[in-house]
Design a protein around this ligand. Structure first.
Ligand code: ZN
Length: 441
Protein backbone atom coordinates (compact mmCIF):
# COMPACT_ATOMS: atom_id res chain seq x y z
CA UNK A 1 0.00 0.00 0.00
CA UNK A 2 1.17 3.53 -0.63
CA UNK A 3 -0.51 6.73 0.43
CA UNK A 4 -0.37 10.32 -0.78
CA UNK A 5 -1.91 12.98 1.45
CA UNK A 6 -2.63 16.56 0.42
CA UNK A 7 -2.46 18.28 3.84
CA UNK A 8 -4.55 21.43 4.30
CA UNK A 9 -5.93 23.57 1.52
CA UNK A 10 -9.37 24.30 0.19
CA UNK A 11 -10.83 21.26 -1.58
CA UNK A 12 -13.06 21.92 -4.59
CA UNK A 13 -14.63 18.49 -5.00
CA UNK A 14 -16.70 19.33 -8.12
CA UNK A 15 -19.08 16.59 -6.93
CA UNK A 16 -22.80 16.76 -7.73
CA UNK A 17 -23.37 19.22 -4.85
CA UNK A 18 -20.26 21.24 -5.72
CA UNK A 19 -19.11 20.71 -2.12
CA UNK A 20 -16.16 22.75 -0.88
CA UNK A 21 -14.41 21.29 2.15
CA UNK A 22 -11.30 22.07 4.22
CA UNK A 23 -8.63 19.68 5.39
CA UNK A 24 -6.78 16.68 4.01
CA UNK A 25 -7.33 14.73 0.84
CA UNK A 26 -5.94 11.22 1.09
CA UNK A 27 -5.21 8.68 -1.64
CA UNK A 28 -4.26 5.04 -1.13
CA UNK A 29 -3.11 2.70 -3.90
CA UNK A 30 -4.35 5.08 -6.59
CA UNK A 31 -7.80 5.70 -5.09
CA UNK A 32 -9.20 8.60 -3.08
CA UNK A 33 -9.95 7.35 0.44
CA UNK A 34 -10.78 10.56 2.32
CA UNK A 35 -11.89 14.07 1.32
CA UNK A 36 -11.65 16.70 4.10
CA UNK A 37 -11.01 16.51 7.83
CA UNK A 38 -7.79 15.18 9.36
CA UNK A 39 -6.20 12.06 7.93
CA UNK A 40 -3.76 9.79 9.74
CA UNK A 41 -1.58 7.62 7.47
CA UNK A 42 -2.46 3.92 7.73
CA UNK A 43 0.95 2.62 6.61
CA UNK A 44 4.61 3.59 6.78
CA UNK A 45 4.72 4.11 3.01
CA UNK A 46 3.22 7.57 2.69
CA UNK A 47 4.02 10.95 1.25
CA UNK A 48 2.62 14.23 2.58
CA UNK A 49 2.11 17.12 0.18
CA UNK A 50 1.82 20.51 1.84
CA UNK A 51 -1.34 21.98 0.31
CA UNK A 52 -1.77 25.02 2.59
CA UNK A 53 -2.51 28.11 0.50
CA UNK A 54 -3.68 26.02 -2.42
CA UNK A 55 -6.96 24.96 -3.97
CA UNK A 56 -7.02 21.17 -4.25
CA UNK A 57 -9.21 20.07 -7.14
CA UNK A 58 -9.70 17.35 -9.75
CA UNK A 59 -7.09 17.39 -12.50
CA UNK A 60 -8.29 18.95 -15.75
CA UNK A 61 -9.57 16.56 -18.40
CA UNK A 62 -8.92 17.97 -21.87
CA UNK A 63 -11.07 16.14 -24.37
CA UNK A 64 -9.43 17.30 -27.60
CA UNK A 65 -5.63 17.39 -27.98
CA UNK A 66 -3.13 16.61 -30.75
CA UNK A 67 0.18 15.80 -29.02
CA UNK A 68 1.65 15.02 -32.44
CA UNK A 69 1.41 18.66 -33.55
CA UNK A 70 3.38 20.39 -30.81
CA UNK A 71 6.59 20.76 -32.86
CA UNK A 72 4.60 22.98 -35.25
CA UNK A 73 3.77 25.53 -32.57
CA UNK A 74 4.09 28.98 -34.12
CA UNK A 75 4.35 27.64 -37.70
CA UNK A 76 0.72 28.04 -38.79
CA UNK A 77 -0.60 31.39 -37.64
CA UNK A 78 -3.09 33.59 -39.55
CA UNK A 79 -4.76 30.81 -41.54
CA UNK A 80 -8.22 29.25 -41.86
CA UNK A 81 -8.81 25.54 -41.30
CA UNK A 82 -8.43 24.03 -44.79
CA UNK A 83 -5.37 26.12 -45.72
CA UNK A 84 -3.95 25.44 -42.27
CA UNK A 85 -4.30 21.68 -42.87
CA UNK A 86 -3.19 21.62 -46.51
CA UNK A 87 -0.26 24.05 -46.33
CA UNK A 88 1.25 23.36 -42.91
CA UNK A 89 -0.24 20.67 -40.69
CA UNK A 90 -0.54 17.79 -43.16
CA UNK A 91 2.91 18.33 -44.72
CA UNK A 92 4.30 18.59 -41.16
CA UNK A 93 2.57 15.40 -40.00
CA UNK A 94 3.62 13.60 -43.18
CA UNK A 95 7.27 14.40 -42.43
CA UNK A 96 7.25 13.25 -38.77
CA UNK A 97 9.59 10.39 -37.97
CA UNK A 98 8.91 8.16 -34.99
CA UNK A 99 11.60 10.04 -33.04
CA UNK A 100 10.09 13.42 -33.98
CA UNK A 101 6.72 12.20 -32.80
CA UNK A 102 8.13 11.05 -29.47
CA UNK A 103 9.79 14.45 -28.99
CA UNK A 104 6.48 16.18 -29.77
CA UNK A 105 4.59 13.90 -27.38
CA UNK A 106 7.14 14.38 -24.59
CA UNK A 107 6.89 18.15 -24.98
CA UNK A 108 3.10 17.87 -24.86
CA UNK A 109 3.06 15.65 -21.77
CA UNK A 110 5.41 18.09 -20.05
CA UNK A 111 3.19 21.08 -20.87
CA UNK A 112 -0.03 19.27 -19.99
CA UNK A 113 1.09 17.83 -16.65
CA UNK A 114 2.88 21.03 -15.58
CA UNK A 115 -0.34 22.93 -16.35
CA UNK A 116 -2.63 20.70 -14.28
CA UNK A 117 -4.09 18.52 -17.02
CA UNK A 118 -4.23 14.93 -15.82
CA UNK A 119 -6.28 13.30 -18.62
CA UNK A 120 -6.61 13.80 -22.34
CA UNK A 121 -8.41 12.51 -25.37
CA UNK A 122 -5.77 12.73 -28.11
CA UNK A 123 -5.89 12.41 -31.87
CA UNK A 124 -2.54 11.34 -33.26
CA UNK A 125 -1.27 11.34 -36.79
CA UNK A 126 -1.40 8.46 -39.29
CA UNK A 127 1.86 6.67 -38.43
CA UNK A 128 4.14 5.83 -35.48
CA UNK A 129 1.30 6.08 -32.93
CA UNK A 130 3.07 3.82 -30.42
CA UNK A 131 5.35 6.80 -29.68
CA UNK A 132 2.36 8.73 -28.31
CA UNK A 133 1.35 5.89 -26.00
CA UNK A 134 4.94 5.45 -24.82
CA UNK A 135 5.20 9.14 -23.90
CA UNK A 136 1.92 9.02 -21.96
CA UNK A 137 2.92 5.74 -20.30
CA UNK A 138 6.28 7.07 -19.14
CA UNK A 139 5.13 10.55 -18.09
CA UNK A 140 2.21 9.24 -16.02
CA UNK A 141 -0.51 11.15 -17.92
CA UNK A 142 -3.91 9.46 -18.26
CA UNK A 143 -4.55 9.32 -21.99
CA UNK A 144 -7.04 7.97 -24.48
CA UNK A 145 -5.27 8.08 -27.83
CA UNK A 146 -6.09 7.13 -31.39
CA UNK A 147 -4.18 7.19 -34.62
CA UNK A 148 -5.65 9.63 -37.18
CA UNK A 149 -7.42 7.62 -39.89
CA UNK A 150 -7.53 9.19 -43.38
CA UNK A 151 -8.01 6.96 -46.45
CA UNK A 152 -9.60 9.46 -48.87
CA UNK A 153 -7.69 9.85 -52.14
CA UNK A 154 -7.32 13.61 -51.88
CA UNK A 155 -4.48 15.37 -53.76
CA UNK A 156 -4.08 17.68 -50.75
CA UNK A 157 -2.95 14.74 -48.60
CA UNK A 158 0.85 14.31 -48.77
CA UNK A 159 2.25 10.83 -49.55
CA UNK A 160 3.49 10.45 -45.97
CA UNK A 161 -0.10 10.41 -44.73
CA UNK A 162 -1.69 8.27 -47.45
CA UNK A 163 -3.11 4.93 -46.33
CA UNK A 164 -5.55 2.38 -47.67
CA UNK A 165 -8.85 1.69 -45.93
CA UNK A 166 -7.61 -1.76 -44.91
CA UNK A 167 -4.26 -0.51 -43.58
CA UNK A 168 -5.99 2.21 -41.59
CA UNK A 169 -8.40 -0.25 -39.96
CA UNK A 170 -5.76 -2.92 -39.39
CA UNK A 171 -3.34 -0.50 -37.73
CA UNK A 172 -6.12 0.88 -35.52
CA UNK A 173 -7.10 -2.64 -34.49
CA UNK A 174 -3.45 -3.49 -33.75
CA UNK A 175 -2.96 -0.36 -31.61
CA UNK A 176 -6.21 -1.03 -29.77
CA UNK A 177 -5.07 -4.57 -29.03
CA UNK A 178 -1.64 -3.40 -27.85
CA UNK A 179 -2.65 -0.38 -25.74
CA UNK A 180 -6.33 -0.32 -24.75
CA UNK A 181 -6.52 -0.76 -20.97
CA UNK A 182 -2.74 -0.80 -20.42
CA UNK A 183 -0.87 0.76 -17.45
CA UNK A 184 -3.64 -0.28 -15.07
CA UNK A 185 -6.32 1.19 -17.34
CA UNK A 186 -4.62 4.61 -17.52
CA UNK A 187 -4.05 4.22 -21.29
CA UNK A 188 -7.01 3.63 -23.59
CA UNK A 189 -7.63 3.53 -27.31
CA UNK A 190 -10.07 5.64 -29.35
CA UNK A 191 -10.78 5.16 -33.05
CA UNK A 192 -10.07 8.53 -34.65
CA UNK A 193 -11.22 9.00 -38.25
CA UNK A 194 -9.91 12.51 -38.87
CA UNK A 195 -12.98 14.18 -40.37
CA UNK A 196 -15.61 13.58 -43.05
CA UNK A 197 -13.47 15.05 -45.84
CA UNK A 198 -10.46 12.78 -45.30
CA UNK A 199 -12.32 9.49 -44.82
CA UNK A 200 -14.29 7.22 -47.12
CA UNK A 201 -17.78 6.18 -46.02
CA UNK A 202 -16.52 2.62 -45.72
CA UNK A 203 -13.79 3.67 -43.28
CA UNK A 204 -16.27 5.58 -41.12
CA UNK A 205 -18.78 2.71 -41.01
CA UNK A 206 -16.11 0.09 -40.28
CA UNK A 207 -14.44 2.28 -37.61
CA UNK A 208 -17.74 2.47 -35.74
CA UNK A 209 -18.15 -1.33 -35.94
CA UNK A 210 -14.61 -2.09 -34.77
CA UNK A 211 -14.54 0.52 -32.00
CA UNK A 212 -17.84 -0.74 -30.60
CA UNK A 213 -16.70 -4.34 -30.73
CA UNK A 214 -13.62 -3.36 -28.65
CA UNK A 215 -15.40 -1.01 -26.22
CA UNK A 216 -13.29 1.89 -27.51
CA UNK A 217 -14.36 5.54 -27.95
CA UNK A 218 -14.80 7.21 -31.35
CA UNK A 219 -13.22 10.64 -31.83
CA UNK A 220 -13.49 12.94 -34.84
CA UNK A 221 -13.79 16.59 -35.92
CA UNK A 222 -17.01 18.08 -37.23
CA UNK A 223 -18.63 21.32 -38.35
CA UNK A 224 -15.64 23.45 -37.48
CA UNK A 225 -15.50 25.79 -40.45
CA UNK A 226 -17.97 26.94 -43.12
CA UNK A 227 -15.78 25.96 -46.09
CA UNK A 228 -15.48 22.48 -44.59
CA UNK A 229 -19.25 22.20 -44.21
CA UNK A 230 -19.85 23.42 -47.77
CA UNK A 231 -17.39 20.82 -49.08
CA UNK A 232 -19.03 18.02 -47.04
CA UNK A 233 -22.40 19.07 -48.45
CA UNK A 234 -21.01 19.07 -52.01
CA UNK A 235 -19.45 15.60 -51.66
CA UNK A 236 -21.95 13.84 -49.41
CA UNK A 237 -25.14 15.79 -50.17
CA UNK A 238 -25.83 16.36 -46.48
CA UNK A 239 -24.95 18.62 -43.58
CA UNK A 240 -21.83 17.46 -41.76
CA UNK A 241 -23.34 16.17 -38.55
CA UNK A 242 -26.34 14.64 -40.32
CA UNK A 243 -23.86 12.76 -42.49
CA UNK A 244 -21.92 11.48 -39.48
CA UNK A 245 -25.22 10.35 -37.95
CA UNK A 246 -26.03 8.43 -41.14
CA UNK A 247 -22.75 6.48 -41.05
CA UNK A 248 -23.06 5.72 -37.32
CA UNK A 249 -20.74 8.36 -35.89
CA UNK A 250 -23.09 9.59 -33.17
CA UNK A 251 -23.88 8.11 -29.78
CA UNK A 252 -22.72 8.30 -26.19
CA UNK A 253 -19.40 6.69 -27.19
CA UNK A 254 -18.72 9.38 -29.82
CA UNK A 255 -16.67 12.54 -29.20
CA UNK A 256 -17.05 15.34 -31.76
CA UNK A 257 -14.57 18.22 -31.69
CA UNK A 258 -15.83 21.76 -32.42
CA UNK A 259 -19.52 21.57 -33.52
CA UNK A 260 -19.30 25.29 -34.29
CA UNK A 261 -21.83 25.26 -37.13
CA UNK A 262 -24.64 23.01 -35.97
CA UNK A 263 -28.22 23.60 -37.16
CA UNK A 264 -31.34 22.87 -35.14
CA UNK A 265 -31.92 19.42 -36.62
CA UNK A 266 -28.30 18.51 -35.87
CA UNK A 267 -28.58 19.86 -32.33
CA UNK A 268 -31.49 17.47 -31.87
CA UNK A 269 -29.32 14.60 -33.14
CA UNK A 270 -26.62 15.48 -30.61
CA UNK A 271 -29.17 15.53 -27.79
CA UNK A 272 -31.10 12.41 -28.77
CA UNK A 273 -27.97 10.30 -29.26
CA UNK A 274 -26.00 11.54 -26.20
CA UNK A 275 -23.06 12.48 -28.45
CA UNK A 276 -20.30 14.46 -26.71
CA UNK A 277 -19.29 17.93 -27.93
CA UNK A 278 -15.63 18.92 -27.44
CA UNK A 279 -15.39 22.70 -27.20
CA UNK A 280 -12.09 24.32 -28.28
CA UNK A 281 -12.47 28.07 -27.76
CA UNK A 282 -8.88 29.20 -28.56
CA UNK A 283 -8.67 27.08 -31.68
CA UNK A 284 -12.07 28.22 -32.97
CA UNK A 285 -11.04 31.86 -32.56
CA UNK A 286 -7.50 31.55 -33.91
CA UNK A 287 -8.60 29.72 -37.08
CA UNK A 288 -11.45 32.24 -37.40
CA UNK A 289 -13.87 29.32 -37.44
CA UNK A 290 -16.66 30.88 -35.37
CA UNK A 291 -18.32 30.44 -32.00
CA UNK A 292 -19.85 27.14 -30.96
CA UNK A 293 -23.22 27.84 -29.33
CA UNK A 294 -22.20 26.18 -26.07
CA UNK A 295 -24.75 27.83 -23.73
CA UNK A 296 -27.55 26.68 -26.05
CA UNK A 297 -26.11 23.16 -26.34
CA UNK A 298 -25.85 22.92 -22.55
CA UNK A 299 -29.41 24.21 -22.12
CA UNK A 300 -30.53 21.45 -24.48
CA UNK A 301 -28.87 18.90 -22.18
CA UNK A 302 -25.95 18.07 -24.50
CA UNK A 303 -22.67 16.82 -23.01
CA UNK A 304 -19.89 19.40 -23.42
CA UNK A 305 -16.24 19.30 -22.42
CA UNK A 306 -13.19 21.43 -23.21
CA UNK A 307 -9.89 20.94 -25.05
CA UNK A 308 -7.01 23.07 -26.30
CA UNK A 309 -6.79 21.23 -29.67
CA UNK A 310 -3.20 21.47 -30.98
CA UNK A 311 -0.21 23.76 -30.60
CA UNK A 312 -0.38 25.09 -34.21
CA UNK A 313 -3.96 26.38 -33.69
CA UNK A 314 -3.90 27.60 -30.10
CA UNK A 315 -0.80 27.90 -29.49
CA UNK A 316 -0.74 26.28 -26.00
CA UNK A 317 -2.18 23.16 -24.41
CA UNK A 318 -3.25 25.19 -21.38
CA UNK A 319 -6.44 24.00 -19.70
CA UNK A 320 -6.67 27.14 -17.54
CA UNK A 321 -6.56 29.38 -20.60
CA UNK A 322 -9.32 27.31 -22.22
CA UNK A 323 -11.51 27.54 -19.10
CA UNK A 324 -11.13 31.31 -18.98
CA UNK A 325 -11.94 31.65 -22.68
CA UNK A 326 -14.90 29.24 -22.47
CA UNK A 327 -16.26 31.41 -19.66
CA UNK A 328 -15.70 34.72 -21.48
CA UNK A 329 -16.35 33.88 -25.12
CA UNK A 330 -20.12 33.47 -24.94
CA UNK A 331 -20.99 36.39 -22.65
CA UNK A 332 -21.07 39.21 -25.24
CA UNK A 333 -23.66 37.24 -27.25
CA UNK A 334 -25.70 35.56 -24.50
CA UNK A 335 -25.20 37.84 -21.48
CA UNK A 336 -23.03 38.01 -18.33
CA UNK A 337 -24.81 35.12 -16.60
CA UNK A 338 -23.83 32.68 -19.37
CA UNK A 339 -21.15 30.12 -18.50
CA UNK A 340 -20.66 30.76 -14.75
CA UNK A 341 -17.28 29.74 -13.34
CA UNK A 342 -18.55 26.65 -11.48
CA UNK A 343 -20.19 25.34 -14.65
CA UNK A 344 -17.02 25.92 -16.68
CA UNK A 345 -14.93 24.07 -14.10
CA UNK A 346 -17.41 21.20 -14.29
CA UNK A 347 -17.04 21.04 -18.10
CA UNK A 348 -13.24 21.01 -17.72
CA UNK A 349 -13.31 18.11 -15.24
CA UNK A 350 -16.50 16.02 -15.08
CA UNK A 351 -17.45 17.00 -18.63
CA UNK A 352 -14.19 15.59 -19.96
CA UNK A 353 -14.58 12.47 -17.81
CA UNK A 354 -18.04 11.88 -19.33
CA UNK A 355 -16.68 12.30 -22.87
CA UNK A 356 -14.06 9.66 -22.09
CA UNK A 357 -16.67 7.35 -20.55
CA UNK A 358 -14.79 7.58 -17.23
CA UNK A 359 -17.24 9.61 -15.14
CA UNK A 360 -17.42 6.93 -12.47
CA UNK A 361 -13.61 6.95 -12.17
CA UNK A 362 -12.33 10.51 -12.58
CA UNK A 363 -13.49 14.14 -12.89
CA UNK A 364 -14.36 14.87 -9.24
CA UNK A 365 -12.80 14.33 -5.82
CA UNK A 366 -14.91 11.63 -4.19
CA UNK A 367 -14.04 8.59 -2.12
CA UNK A 368 -13.52 5.58 -4.38
CA UNK A 369 -12.56 7.52 -7.50
CA UNK A 370 -9.09 7.36 -9.08
CA UNK A 371 -6.69 9.83 -7.47
CA UNK A 372 -6.20 12.39 -10.25
CA UNK A 373 -5.68 15.49 -8.12
CA UNK A 374 -3.99 18.87 -8.53
CA UNK A 375 -3.16 21.65 -6.08
CA UNK A 376 -3.20 25.22 -7.39
CA UNK A 377 -1.22 27.88 -5.52
CA UNK A 378 -3.58 30.82 -5.04
CA UNK A 379 -1.22 32.94 -2.94
CA UNK A 380 -0.03 35.05 -5.88
CA UNK A 381 -0.96 38.74 -6.21
CA UNK A 382 -3.22 37.88 -9.19
CA UNK A 383 -5.30 35.48 -7.02
CA UNK A 384 -5.55 37.27 -3.63
CA UNK A 385 -8.01 37.73 -1.96
CA UNK A 386 -9.78 34.41 -2.11
CA UNK A 387 -13.57 34.85 -1.94
CA UNK A 388 -15.08 32.44 -4.45
CA UNK A 389 -12.70 29.60 -5.34
CA UNK A 390 -14.53 28.88 -8.66
CA UNK A 391 -14.02 32.49 -9.71
CA UNK A 392 -10.37 32.34 -8.65
CA UNK A 393 -9.69 29.14 -10.61
CA UNK A 394 -11.54 30.06 -13.82
CA UNK A 395 -10.89 33.80 -14.13
CA UNK A 396 -7.73 34.54 -12.12
CA UNK A 397 -5.48 31.49 -11.75
CA UNK A 398 -3.00 30.43 -14.42
CA UNK A 399 -1.55 27.10 -15.39
CA UNK A 400 1.77 28.28 -13.94
CA UNK A 401 0.09 28.33 -10.51
CA UNK A 402 -0.30 24.54 -10.56
CA UNK A 403 2.01 23.37 -7.80
CA UNK A 404 1.37 19.62 -7.36
CA UNK A 405 -0.09 16.99 -9.68
CA UNK A 406 -1.04 13.41 -8.84
CA UNK A 407 -2.38 10.90 -11.38
CA UNK A 408 -3.59 7.46 -10.34
CA UNK A 409 -2.11 8.14 -6.91
CA UNK A 410 1.38 8.82 -8.27
CA UNK A 411 3.03 12.21 -7.75
CA UNK A 412 4.01 13.57 -11.20
CA UNK A 413 4.65 17.22 -10.27
CA UNK A 414 5.82 18.38 -6.86
CA UNK A 415 6.49 22.03 -6.03
CA UNK A 416 6.29 22.68 -9.79
CA UNK A 417 9.05 20.19 -10.50
CA UNK A 418 8.21 17.33 -12.89
CA UNK A 419 9.29 14.02 -11.37
CA UNK A 420 8.58 11.60 -14.21
CA UNK A 421 10.36 13.37 -17.05
CA UNK A 422 13.65 15.01 -17.93
CA UNK A 423 12.35 18.55 -18.35
CA UNK A 424 15.46 20.14 -19.84
CA UNK A 425 16.13 17.16 -22.10
CA UNK A 426 12.57 17.16 -23.41
CA UNK A 427 12.72 20.87 -24.23
CA UNK A 428 16.10 20.52 -25.96
CA UNK A 429 14.87 17.51 -27.94
CA UNK A 430 11.71 19.29 -29.04
CA UNK A 431 13.66 22.24 -30.44
CA UNK A 432 16.20 19.95 -32.13
CA UNK A 433 13.57 17.76 -33.81
CA UNK A 434 11.45 20.76 -34.81
CA UNK A 435 14.43 22.50 -36.41
CA UNK A 436 15.47 19.37 -38.33
CA UNK A 437 11.93 18.60 -39.48
CA UNK A 438 11.19 22.07 -40.82
CA UNK A 439 14.64 22.17 -42.46
CA UNK A 440 13.66 18.94 -44.31
CA UNK A 441 10.29 20.39 -45.30
ZN1 ZN B 1 -8.36 18.93 -33.61
Amino acid sequence: MSEVIFRGGTILTVDSEFSIVRGDLACRDGLIVQVGGDYTPQTSDYSIIDAEGTIVMPGLVQSHIHMCQSLARGRADSMELLDWLHKVVWPYEGALTREDLRASANLSCLELISGGTTSILDMGTVHHSDALFEAARDSGLRATIGKAMMDEKDPAIPPGLMESTKDSLDESARLCRDWHGRSGGRLRYAYAPRFALSCTDELLVESCKQARAQGARLHTHTSENQSEIAEVKRRKGMDNLSFLHKVGLTGDDVCLAHCVWVNEAEQKILRDTGTHVLHCPSSNMKLASGYAKIPELLAAGISVSIGADGAPCNNNLDGFMEMRLAALLHKPRVGPKAMPASQVLKLATRGGAAALGLESEIGSLEVGKRADVIAVDVSGSHCVPLHNPYSTIVYAARSSDVKHVVVDGKVLLRNREILTMDREGSLRDAQKHADALFARL
